[in-house]
Design a protein around this ligand. Structure first.
Ligand code: NAP
Length: 404
């Protein structure tokens, strides 16, 4: 019988054999990649559990179709459904222009308090990429999702509001800002920074990964970015004291040899980290980062293994999680059954991992890797792989299913 996934007080999930999972198919190419990804996910579950488990998909409206049918881009009912059913998945959504909504994705993350944007970055053999050793890239980025410059607090140059802020800064805070400035505010709180870092550390512990790196620009922004690193170290001690050591302790106390079972917590200034993930990627496993750094870093890392077309992602909070394709709606290809569904398919594998359906997740990952390795790929990869067989979006899904 179909049932809801529920959450226990300790954060673990109760996943029935026939869970109801809400989905938003998305705009533009969303319906194409959704159809392909759904087939792959259903087949993986069928093959992994021989019919004992099955997903009952629940369509929820959002985006252009919802706007046309109901006059609302993203209703409270949709948000309530995503919250109520705990685990859901979505395709890309158009950012409505001139509607007063900044971005549906940002709204979903903020309204559902999905504070961690989780992006695993791992090389899939044969995907064209710019690195000499792409196989050394194997990291998971935990990006804070709710604050920082994304809080959306800014005032345009020349407006009465910005003049008020500038005079407040001058008169009350003794700070001079050029009169013709626009101003944005960068709030970063202890609570939100700590819960993000805690989630990253707990992931590293659960998956026996050796390091967590706190990425920040604290040399310049001491009380926001610098505080992020400070709070990250603090939460590692407070919550995971027995299971973590700092990089300093590693060299001072342990002579550089990591004790079995301990996660090393280190921090890196953002610009230096961009160099190091290129030059020495094998030294990084989990990266915890504030919102803006994380935005840049996740896409840059995705490029190191061949781009966003195959990069999965999830937005996770304490109450619920929404898995999603990391690219946009690619509207010029809408309805052509052309684009790469890999990002959404692999987000489905991530979702199965999160639900504890590891066998289905493994089947998907291996089959995607096998399809790409055989050179059966969509246009975006085919144009870069000599001798590749270009297939449609739906045909790529078939190629994946055949290889399960
Ligand atoms: P985009 O939709 O990601 O598309 C940019 C380019 O990336 C495409 O023209 C295509 O490149 C390539 N691409 C994207 N998805 C692909 C796929 N599945 N397979 C193969 N190639 C793919 O970015 P955009 O044009 O900047 O944004 C369009 C809309 O999407 C905007 O409304 C934006 O706000 C929204 N958006 C939504 C999300 C989200 O829902 N999470 C994220 C980003 C953007 P080629 O032209 O080279 O083939």
């Amino acid at each position: 019988m179909e049932q809801k996934i529920t959450k226990n007080a300790d954060g673990t999930l109760n996943v029935p054999d026939m869970p109801v999972i809400p989905f938003i198919e998305g705009d533009g190419t969303g319906p194409d990649i959704w159809r392909a990804a759904k087939r792959v996910m259903d087949s993986a579950v069928e093959r992994a559990y021989s019919g004992k488990r099955k997903i009952s998909w629940l369509a929820v409206p959002a985006g252009e179709k919802a706007w046309r049918e109901t006059g609302e881009w993203l209703s409270d009912k949709t948000l309530d459904t995503l919250r109520e059913y705990v685990v859901s998945i979505k395709g890309p959504l158009t950012t409505p222009v001139g509607s007063g909504i900044r971005s549906l994705n940002v709204t979903i993350r903020q309204k559902l308090d999905l504070y961690a944007c989780v992006r695993p970055v791992k090389y899939i053999e044969a995907v064209p990429n710019p690195m000499k050793h792409p196989e050394k890239v194997d990291m998971v980025v935990f990006r804070e999702n709710t604050e920082d410059l994304y809080a959306g607090i800014e005032w345009e140059a020349g407006t009465p509001e910005v003049r008020q802020v500038i005079s407040f800064l001058k008169e009350k805070m003794g700070v001079e800002v050029a009169e013709d400035s626009g101003i944005g505010i960068k709030p970063m709180s202890e609570k939100n920074s700590k819960r993000l870092a805690a989630r990253a550390i707990s992931y590293a512990i659960e998956h026996c990964l050796p390091t967590v790196t706190l990425m920040h620009k604290g040399n310049i922004m001491k009380f926001t970015e610098g505080a992020f690193a400070k709070w990250g170290y603090a939460v590692a001690k407070e919550k995971f004291g027995g299971k973590t050591i700092t990089e300093k302790e590693l060299s001072d106390t342990y002579n550089g040899v990591r004790p079995e079972g301990k996660v090393v917590i280190k921090d890196r200034i953002a610009d230096m980290l961009f160099q190091q993930v290129l030059l020495r990627p094998e030294e990084f496993h989990v990266i915890a980062t504030p919102n803006l750094n994380g935005d840049y870093l996740s896409d840059a890392l995705a490029a190191q293994v061949g781009g966003l077309g195959m990069a999965p992602g999830a937005n996770i909070g304490d109450d619920c999680a929404v898995f999603e394709a990391t690219h946009g709606t690619a509207p010029k290809y809408a309805g052509l059954d052309k684009v790469n569904p890999g990002s959404l398919i692999l987000s489905g594998a991530m979702m199965f991992d999160y639900m504890g359906w590891k066998e289905a997740a493994g089947l998907i990952r291996n089959a995607v890797a096998a399809a790409v390795k055989s050179g059966t790929v969509t246009y975006d990869l085919a144009r870069q792989i000599q001798g590749a067989k270009e297939v449609k979006c739906s045909e790529f899904a078939e190629a994946v299913i055949e290889r399960m």
